[in-house]
Design a protein around this ligand. Structure first.
Ligand code: NAP
Length: 265
């Protein structure tokens, strides 16, 4: 009988896991995408697009599609779908694993300010008048642009910071007329190389970088470029982790699935 795995995808781990399982005998994968981006990389195995209709909808899907194991490989900041996965897996009695890549850690030479969420990050951004949060070591006034790599849907908190010039790197263009004049856009999809990031920081005179603590290699070159150029980083902490069992690598997820398939877990 075919062992059916639902992968909640949208991250590099989701693609890699589907690829890893593609040649495993007796296994079929369905990768689910939220459908946030207009174009998408091809994925190994089957795929579907769009929300399930909350935890109850996901539980219905697990039952209707006779899913044997559920792997949440969504982005570390996709908190709602992780919560839904916990609830749905329990309701449908399907084994669940979350794949969560480790967060980035500040090292020597890094100049990070930690923000609880995007609103806090927007408040920490240095002001064009040189007003900075008390006790914080922030770049001086007028030195350059603030580089936002937080995703297209997370830009609103920065709109009120009228004194600040922003450069936002996003995958798809924003809806026309929804964002302020003091925000420029750069349309690009990672991974980004160090050379690219160094050149971009220099060309736009970036003085501050705002990023989510996504972890992983695909988006980490900007942190090295920031370190080298003494640029302030405002690092948005992750939301609370989900309840279910967690691993940090695709290879661990693959082993866990093998165990479930062989009836060992
Ligand atoms: P979210 O807030 O956790 O999820 C919101 C809703 O989107 C969920 O309740 C679910 O709708 C739907 N959804 C999310 N992921 C889905 C998936 N893989 N398949 C089907 N439906 C999904 O997530 P988000 O922040 O909107 O992120 C959406 C997707 O983009 C995720 O797959 C994530 O991996 C990817 N992504 C997110 C970020 C980020 O920073 N948040 C960054 C890069 C990529 P229903 O309740 O209707 O099922």
């Amino acid at each position: 009988m075919t062992f059916r795995i639902l992968i909640l995808g949208g991250s590099s781990e989701g693609f890699a896991l589907a690829e890893t399982l593609a040649d495993r005998p007796g296994v079929e994968t369905i990768t689910s995408f939220a459908g946030r981006t207009k174009t998408r990389r091809a994925v190994a195995g089957l795929s579907r697009v769009g929300g399930f209709g909350g935890a109850a909808g996901l539980a219905d899907y697990l039952r209707a599609e006779h899913i044997d194991a559920l792997v949440d490989a969504t982005h570390p900041f996709a908190a709602q779908i992780k919560l839904n996965a916990d609830k749905a897996a329990a309701a449908a009695s399907v084994p669940l694993l979350h794949v969560m890549r480790p967060p980035w850690q500040a090292g020597p030479g890094d100049n990070w300010l930690l923000a609880e969420d995007m609103n806090a990050a927007a408040r920490l951004v240095p002001d064009g008048k040189g007003i900075v949060p008390e006790g914080k070591d922030i770049v001086p006034e007028g030195k350059g642009m603030v580089f936002l790599t937080v995703g297209r849907t997370e830009l609103a908190p920065f709109a009120g910071r009228h004194q600040v010039q922003f450069l936002a790197r996003i995958i798809d263009p924003p809806e026309p007329g929804t964002l302020p004049e003091h925000m420029e856009f750069l349309l690009a999809r990672g991974p980004f190389r160090l050379k690219q990031e160094r050149e971009l920081f220099a060309a736009h005179k970036i003085s501050c970088l705002v990023t989510k603590n996504s972890g992983g290699d695909a988006a980490s070159a900007k942190l090295q470029a920031a370190r080298e150029q003494g640029i302030q980083v405002i690092m948005v902490n992750r939301p609370p982790p989900p309840q279910g069992k967690q691993v940090s690598t695709v290879s661990q997820a693959s082993d866990w699935l093998e165990g479930i398939q062989n009836g060992q877990s």
